[in-house]
Design a protein around this ligand. Structure first.
Ligand SMILES: [Zn+2]
Length: 349
């Protein structure tokens, strides 16, 4: 990673590989079968932090968990863009006769406060209060049956999930040992008495996957430095679930009405990574994207407008607020075909 273009080339190669796997008949059929066996639509709101990748830490295939990303995992159902996409997601699920499971997540590190969430100034209590409030907004607006919302922590040292029960109990999956499926089922019944059976059945594989993942992290004895920030990409927009390399990108969705704020924080984090030499020799890539499903008509064109706008907007925010990062920036702008996860380049440095 020494030339100006190699960071972008690396991202495009990673996308091509993930798109190939996504389209491969074996994985596509496995995903289709999984969706029939586990029909619940699963969505997760998360911090932009590049260490949080739920498909990796729950060993779930891509395309199952629908992500919403913002600084700290802070969202408000009153935000227009957020509400529209959430409501569209719920409406889609109901039109297909499916339930929804919404995970409202925050993150922290059990070993060192300062490996926690910058979006909350490393204040775990505040992160828990804010995500608890977001869960309440969901419960107030959608009820607790067809849409079931779960507050969930992500502890990044062991990459374990922390489940918050509906009566305030807190369970760290890293402390469970190797429970049987029956024990996990009972745990979910105790934590979420109102969760429909079908949702519980579709939540279980994520928990089992996380328990397997925690065992691997423990067995690998990885150095703590690997759990520190090393991101060198700001991924702004939507359609990034192909980007499953941990600790590569800060991902910010277009939801916060004050979008400059998460972009500024991302810029500061990336600048910290440069200054503390955690991203030696790498470019900083400003990658913007918007997804589309219908390949004909206006949808891809509108996606194109969004991706181009986000790129210009972020650059202006950096020039004004984080000017030191501007010389390191390389631009990659594109739209993502959600049928194939192919990133189609509109513009690149
Ligand atoms: Zn965070």
């Amino acid at each position: 990673m020494t030339t100006n273009r190699s960071g972008i080339d690396h991202l495009l190669e990673a996308n091509a590989e993930h798109s190939r796997i996504f389209r491969d008949p074996t994985t596509a059929n496995r995903r289709r079968l999984y969706r029939v066996q586990h029909p619940t639509e699963i969505g997760a709101s998360k911090c932009m932090d590049g260490r949080l990748h739920l498909p990796v830490i729950t060993e779930t295939e891509l395309g199952i968990i629908n992500p919403w990303r913002n600084l700290g995992g802070k969202f408000n159902l009153g935000w227009i863009g957020y509400q529209q996409t959430i409501n569209g997601w719920v409406e889609y699920a109901m039109s297909k006769g499916r339930h929804c499971l919404k995970l409202v997540t925050y993150h922290y590190s059990r070993g060192d406060k300062h490996r926690g969430c910058r979006g909350f100034n490393y204040d775990l209590d505040q992160a828990r209060v804010v995500t608890q409030n977001l869960k309440r907004q969901f419960d107030d607006s959608f009820g607790t049956s067809v849409v079931h919302t779960v507050q969930c922590g992500i502890e990044t040292d062991l990459e374990s999930l922390i489940l918050h029960g509906d009566r305030g109990e807190i369970v760290d999956l890293a402390e469970l040992g190797s429970p049987s499926r029956e024990e996990l089922e009972k745990l979910l019944r105790d934590l979420y008495p109102e969760m429909p059976d079908i949702v519980r059945n579709d939540f279980l594989p994520l928990l089992e996957g996380n328990i397997r993942h925690i065992a691997k992290i423990r067995a690998s004895n990885r150095p703590i430095a690997d759990a520190e920030h090393k991101e060198w990409v700001l991924a702004l927009g939507r359609g990034f679930d192909w980007l499953h390399e941990l600790n590569t990108a800060l991902i910010v969705g277009p939801f916060d009405p004050n979008l400059a704020s998460p972009i500024m924080t991302a810029g500061q984090l990336l600048l910290d990574n440069i200054k503390s030499r955690r991203v030696m020799g790498r470019d900083i890539v400003l990658m913007t994207s918007a997804p589309y499903r219908h390949t004909a008509g206006s949808e891809p064109r509108l996606a194109e407008q969004k991706a181009r706008f986000l790129s210009t907007f972020a650059r202006e925010v950096f020039e004004k607020n984080v000017p030191e990062i501007v010389p390191y920036l390389r631009k990659l702008t594109g739209i993502v075909d959600m049928n194939t996860r192919q990133f189609n380049v509109l513009e690149r440095d």
